[in-house]
Design a protein around this ligand. Structure first.
Ligand code: NDP
Length: 249
């Protein structure tokens, strides 16, 4: 299989899009490190699903926003598995609210988890990748980073920031044959969107040319493409997976 012998670390791999990515990469032969921060039961379910499908994985609990915890966890993975071929920066949260009422803590938490977490995890894995002159870093951004959304200044800023981070990282790492790309999902059916009311979900569907919310597997397939051989000559790109909701670039 295409990713046989490779190790992938998927942040926020325990639920939603991250879980689908773990299953997909494991199905391609990679050994997947399933990261989570607070919910071991979901992570164990993901590991069980990976193994039930004939794949192999391991759990790596840490908070992506905590520099010390990230370094320690990545060192542990490298000690145990010798290399991380693929990093998927997927962990993310929302703390929505109109800006006039948004608490500074809600701004900080979203920026720290979604944007700084991507920086910290990438920084922790990049040195061995650069040394070995191989590696794939795939960052999960969002359609909101491109369209904006009332009530999500923190999330929109973090996700737009990930696009800029991806392009600059791609330029820094290209000479070492490490590629850095982003995937921008639209609205995908996960715990994150299940909080939205039926009315809001109907209003969202009305803005999606393909007429429905996406599934985690729709995103996982594009992540798998970026992790595989066919994407070897792509770096600094953002691939949009949104049912046509946003068609720009
Ligand atoms: P979910 O809420 O379903 O899952 C979030 C995952 O991130 C969980 O595994 C959670 O772990 C983990 N996580 C949260 N905070 C941290 C942290 N500080 N450190 C480590 N892990 C953490 O999210 P989705 O699957 O919906 O979203 C995944 C990514 O896709 C996010 O970056 C999100 O912004 C992005 N996205 C999602 C869209 C959607 O419509 N769902 C649309 C566009 C982008 P635990 O279980 O322990 O809490």
């Amino acid at each position: 299989m295409m990713l046989d012998g490779q190790v992938a670390l998927v942040t926020g791999g325990s639920r939603g899009i991250g879980r689908a990515v773990c299953l997909r990469l494991a199905g391609m032969g990679a050994k997947v490190g399933i990261n989570y921060v607070s919910n071991p039961t979901a992570a164990e379910e993901t590991l069980a699903a990976v193994e039930a499908a004939g794949g192999s994985g391991f759990l790596v609990p840490f908070n992506v926003a905590d520099a010390g915890a990230v370094q320690e966890a990545v060192k542990g993975v490298l000690d145990e598995h010798s290399f991380i071929d693929i990093l998927v920066n997927n962990a993310g949260i929302t703390r929505d609210g109109l800006m006039a009422r948004m608490k500074e803590a809600d701004w900080d938490q979203v920026i720290d988890t979604n944007l700084k977490g991507t920086f910290l995890c990438s920084k922790a894995v990049m040195r061995p990748m650069m040394k070995k002159r191989r590696g794939r870093i795939i960052n999960i951004t969002s359609v909101i980073g491109f369209l904006g959304n009332a009530g999500q200044v923190n999330y929109g800023a973090a996700k737009a920031g990930i696009v800029g981070l991806t392009k600059s990282m791609a330029r820094e790492l290209a000479p070492r044959n490490v590629t850095v790309n982003a995937v921008a999902p639209g609205y995908i059916v996960t715990d994150m969107t299940s909080e939205l009311s039926d009315d809001i979900q109907a209003a969202i569907r009305a803005q999606i040319p393909l007429g429905s919310l996406g599934q985690p597997e729709d995103v996982a397939g594009v992540v798998a493409f970026l992790a595989g051989d066919d994407a070897a000559y792509m770096t600094g790109q953002t691939l949009h997976v949104n049912g046509g909701m946003y068609m720009g670039n």
